[in-house]
Design a protein around this ligand. Structure first.
Ligand code: GTP
Ligand code: MG
Length: 453
């Protein structure tokens, strides 16, 4: 068996832009630290600088860049060939995680921990900025999007999620491949770099086309299943990552979906029936979480995963109320929902993890969000009350009607019981007379089935 590779160590770099206060800046870096840990890396340190923009060739000013390079064992100078790298983007693309940095020997320092292997920037940076930073620090450079894309890559399980992530990953890696390789220093035969590059680009283009085609197939499948479910009672749990969506899913449905104190534990939509089961039953979906600066390609990729949930009649919008930055979580989630066109679906705000919030803060939350439900996924009473709220929502939308099931159509009885609540049964010469309660669409579909020859 292969031995376990050492845990990569990373230094985080944040730029505090004008208009971003200290608390928001610190929270963003803290979130990046959680992302980096989720990826399986160790955070060796954090460095930040106030600047007017994230523009500029090296993101950091020259002084801070030298400080950073001192930690990573680089030269601190972009022009130096000392830290010339093989293409890290290419290495990642080829899935060879252990691309050994080709570093010059550094002054031995017996007290020092191993040099960090990664510099991770809390903003999206351009491929050439990444290349410059790699040259100056001798470390591999990732940005926030790169980290999120890698986490999604590690966590994708279903075929659809894997295809979606591969697509987002190729789109992220492709431009870096170009810039990195052009930056040169590749130790290969003459000319090998260029032709390799053209080949890689063509391969990526072909693969992207192939992926879109495969995804379109899966999509068609899903659309069929979705339209079959269209008049079912559906609720979707949506919201920021780690807010407690899967915990509520478990509590509401008794299912064993993954719950973890990690960002992006869930990538696939899961659908289960509300427990104890109701008549007609209510289906609950658990979905992928949102995050600040969610890469656009990932939003696009996951639109279909989310679309399934967004067919719901009711969105349960989950927020971690114990997070000091819950306000910005709320904003980000709203923005993503708008982006995928889900802001028109009726929703209820759930302020979760209320067990971690003081009485005074609870009162403040109630005053600020009078329509919200304050709850803890860990409290059975709260979950029972949420279940009642869900049921009440659908009760309000249901109508009572009378159906006649001719004796020749008794085979449809099971379907009637599936899609509506049967209040009474009687018989006359025409057949079975049923008084039912259900969603208007579901009853219309039953009528059509009953009327069919
Ligand atoms: N104290 C407390 N912890 C909670 C509550 N709900 C969830 N948690 C914890 O919060 C962490 C994240 O919970 P999940 O249910 O996995 O969150 P999620 O929204 O599904 O997260 P992703 O799938 O990563 O987007 C876990 O450690 C849960 O045990 C709650 O009401 N109170
Ligand atoms: Mg989850």
């Amino acid at each position: 068996m292969e031995t376990k590779p050492p845990v990569p160590r990373a230094i985080l770099v944040g730029i505090q832009l004008p208009g971003v206060d200290d608390a928001a800046h610190a929270a963003s870096l803290q979130e990046l630290a959680r992302l980096v840990k989720t990826l399986g890396y160790e955070v060796a340190g954090t460095m930040s600088q106030k600047r007017d923009s994230v523009g500029g060739g090296t993101v950091l000013g020259s002084g801070r860049l030298k400080d950073l390079a001192a930690l990573t064992g680089g030269t601190g100078v972009v022009g130096s060939m000392a830290a010339a790298q093989t293409s890290k983007a290419r290495a990642r693309f080829a899935d060879t995680a252990e691309a050994a940095p080709d570093l010059p020997p550094v002054e031995p320092d017996p007290a020092a921990a191993p040099k960090p292997d990664f510099v991770i920037v809390d903003h999206d940076i351009s491929p050439s900025q990444a290349r410059n930073l790699e040259r100056a620090t001798g470390a591999q450079v990732l940005d926030r999007t790169g980290v999120i894309v890698e986490i999604f890559h590690q966590h994708a399980h279903s075929r659809e999620a894997k295809l979606q992530v591969e697509m987002a990953r190729l789109k992220y890696v492709a431009p870096r491949l170009r810039e990195s390789a052009a930056g040169g220093g590749r130790q290969q035969g003459p000319g090998a770099g260029e032709s390799d590059l053209a080949l890689d680009r063509r391969k990526i283009r072909d693969r992207l086309a192939e992926l879109s085609a495969q995804l379109a197939d899966i999509q068609r499948d899903h659309d069929q299943r979705r339209s079959a479910r269209s008049d079912q009672l559906r609720v979707a749990l949506v919201g920021y990552t780690n807010a407690g969506k899967s915990s509520l899913m478990r509590a509401l449905t008794g299912s064993q979906v993954l719950v973890e104190d990690k960002l992006f534990a869930t990538l696939d939509t899961t659908v289960r029936a509300l427990q104890p089961e109701t008549r007609p039953r209510v289906l609950v979906s658990d979905t992928v979480g949102f995050i600040k600066k969610l890469p656009h390609d990932l939003v696009a990729s996951f639109r279909s995963t989310l679309a399934e949930a967004l067919d719901a009649s009711l969105l349960l919008f989950v927020v971690d109320a114990s997070d000091p930055t819950y306000d910005s979580q709320l904003e980000v989630s709203r923005a993503v929902l708008r982006e995928i066109g889900a802001d028109v679906v009726p929703s209820r705000l759930l302020l979760n993890k209320i067990d971690r919030v003081s009485a005074a803060e609870r009162a403040a939350l109630r005053a600020k969000h009078p329509d919200a439900i304050l709850l803890s996924a860990k409290s059975p009473e709260d979950v029972a009350a949420l279940r009642e709220t869900i049921i009440a929502f659908f009760e309000g939308a249901m109508v009572e009607e009378r159906l006649v099931l001719p004796y020749a159509k008794q085979g449809l009885l099971g379907e009637v019981y599936e899609t509506a609540r049967v209040l009474s049964e009687d018989y006359d010469a025409a057949g079975r007379i049923l008084k039912v309660r259900g969603l208007p669409g579901a009853i219309a579909r039953l009528r059509r089935a009953l009327a069919a020859p």
